[in-house]
Ligand binder design. Structure first.
Ligand code: NAD
Length: 542
């Protein structure tokens, strides 16, 4: 044992590299991309520190080039799910008893490995497996994940230093124990960093994990595993299985040692998870922690005092970066009648310059949507709108899946306040615009607040401060992340802790101490220096 009362390295957000022409990072990223595209990567499960293969082999293809095979993964069954749970439980005691500085060192090392030798491996895998352009990969798979790894350590120490008062003769302490049992991480396809963080955050706090990634993010999962192995993560702390989601939930949610679920994904799936846990509540040794960040129907509201170019840039970046497949993506916009003509002209002019295709070609602003199921769903929505009299497509609407799952940035305009594309999360490059009368700004605030069931992100563009204040007030519960004169996407760890309420999730704010605290079960310890020796209080005296 040592006597160090340590601080932790002061983290700074990882600078985003530019990938401009002739930069070293651009050459390195392209080299790694080509290297990966020219081989077939073997991706076993990872249980108790061992690579586990099964007889059921599945191919992985890039969404932008679905005929090419770049990876093979091994699908697991019930015995793999049970083995992952057993491994997590077996490792638990040793991991939770490890000094917190040692746990922290592993993840800090992972952060530095990712900032250095793993950066382009992680970026290229995300570009290929999830069809992100280099900039989208860099802000997610490199920078955001590095920030999670570094800032989580800072937040952990801050939590541990939170100690109660002690009155005279007494010493009170708070011990932030991990949860009793194992944590189940269920992760989405759209952010490599979120997928990793859903395991890393509870693991850092001393928990052991069963991780079931999205089938569409397994290619970059391999790089996360390699990174954690190299950083020295002990066997069995994080156990990765590629198993059917329903079968996995069925086994995990019936286990008495199930201690918590860290979920990000769609609202319907999360509601089902919550319901199942509720139905099984008598099975568990503890009340499981349920943390889930889910869907959004995120808005941009422009006032007539806003600057046209600023609004148009936010609409394009907010709605169409990563093909609109961000939970925070702007998918509905409320624009003032007096400015609409100007905004429309600028928007259409800019949209015409956008090219879509393979992320290898750096001139492509947009790439493919994640898989055929998503492509078909989005194409059906577009076809429905095309036939509908209450809405009109003013840009895009074309789709092509001959080589990859490509969908044009599509802009719909409607006069119907509750048109389905203003209400439902579509999760693709589709933006719906509603034009309001300038005199009805206050009414429009109310409309935004009540149009959808979600409460994730939203933005107001205005120069007029009274208008900004009114929006902040009226839209207080419409967005867990609210932006003033900025697009509603691109939250940065430690700067804009992320999450929303209503149907968007439990709002446990990834990228802040608020998330980490959910993975603890604090124990209060009171020590009495001079215990009483007589039960009689003074008030009993005659
Ligand atoms: P999804 O709900 O289809 O899948 C998420 C995960 O749940 C996957 O691992 C999947 O295999 C698993 N799953 C699917 N059905 C299941 C079931 N019946 N039981 C248990 N697990 C099941 O979501 P997705 O398509 O991967 O991601 C997109 C969704 O995630 C969008 O709704 C988006 O808004 C949301 N999202 C939210 C945030 C946020 O922070 N709020 C961030 C990213 C993504």
């Amino acid at each position: 044992m040592n006597n160090i009362i340590s601080t932790t390295p002061i983290p700074k957000c990882e600078p985003v590299k530019s990938y401009g022409p002739e930069t070293t990072e651009r050459k390195e990223a392209l080299m790694e991309y080509d290297k990966l595209m020219n081989k077939v990567t073997d991706i076993p499960m990872w249980i108790d520190g061992k690579n586990i293969k099964s007889k059921r082999i599945k191919n992985i293809s890039p969404p932008h080039n679905h005929k090419q095979i770049v990876g093979k993964y091994y699908e697991g069954d019930k015995k793999h799910i049970n083995a992952a749970i057993e491994a997590a439980l077996k490792r638990k005691k040793k991991w939770e008893e490890m000094a917190w500085e040692d746990r922290a060192s592993i993840f800090l090392k992972a952060a530095d490995l990712l900032a250095g030798p793993y950066r382009q491996k992680m970026n290229a895998a995300t570009m290929i497996g999830q069809s992100k352009n280099i900039f989208q990969a860099e802000i997610d798979a490199a920078c955001e994940l590095i920030d999670f790894l570094k800032f989580n350590v800072k937040f952990m120490r801050e939590i541990y230093t939170g100690q109660p008062e002690s009155s005279s003769g007494i010493w009170n302490k708070m011990e932030y124990r991990p949860l009793e049992g194992f944590v189940f991480a269920i992760t989405p396809f759209n952010f490599t960093s979120i997928a990793a963080n859903l395991c890393i955050a509870p693991a850092l706090m001393g928990n052991t994990i069963v991780w079931k990634p999205s089938e569409s993010q397994i290619y970059s999962t391999k790089v996360i595993i390699d990174l954690l192995k190299e950083a020295g993560l002990p066997d069995g702390v994080i156990n990765v299985i590629y198993t059917d989601p329903i079968m996995t939930s069925d086994i995990v949610f019936k286990h008495p040692e199930f201690a918590g679920v860290h979920f990000t994904g769609s609202t319907t799936v999360f509601k089902n998870i919550w319901k199942t846990i509720g139905q099984n509540i008598n099975i568990y040794k503890n009340y499981p922690k349920i943390v889930g960040e889910t869907g959004g129907k995120d808005f941009i509201l422009a006032h007539n005092s806003a600057n046209t170019k600023e609004v148009v840039t936010a609409l394009i970046r907010g709605a169409f970066e990563y093909q609109g497949q961000k939970c925070s993506a702007a998918s509905r916009a409320y624009l003032p009648k007096s400015k609409w003509k100007m905004i429309q002209k600028e928007l259409l002019k800019e949209l015409k310059t956008i090219s879509i295709g393979d992320p290898k070609d750096f001139s492509n602003f947009m790439n493919a949507v994640i898989h055929e199921q998503s492509f078909n769903k989005l194409r059906n929505v577009i076809n429905k709108v095309k036939k509908d009299k209450s809405a009109k497509i003013i840009f895009g609407g074309n789709t092509d899946k001959s080589v990859g799952y490509f969908i044009e940035p599509t802009v719909i305009i409607t006069k119907k306040k509750d048109y389905f594309t203003l209400q439902q999360e579509l999760f693709g490059p589709i933006l719906t615009i509603y034009i309001y009368n300038d005199t009805e700004f206050d009414k429009t605030l109310k409309l935004i607040n009540h149009t959808s069931e979600y409460g994730l992100t939203g933005a107001i563009f205005a120069k007029n401060r009274d208008v900004i204040s009114a929006a902040l007030k009226e839209l207080r519960f419409s967005a867990g992340n609210f932006y003033i004169n900025d697009k509603p996407t691109g939250a940065v760890v430690s700067q804009q802790p992320f999450g929303g309420g209503r149907a968007s999730g439990t709002n446990d704010k990834a990228g802040s101490y608020l998330n980490l605290i959910r993975w603890t079960s604090p124990r209060t310890i009171k020590e009495n220096f001079v215990p009483a020796t007589n039960y009689r209080y003074d008030f009993l005296k005659k």
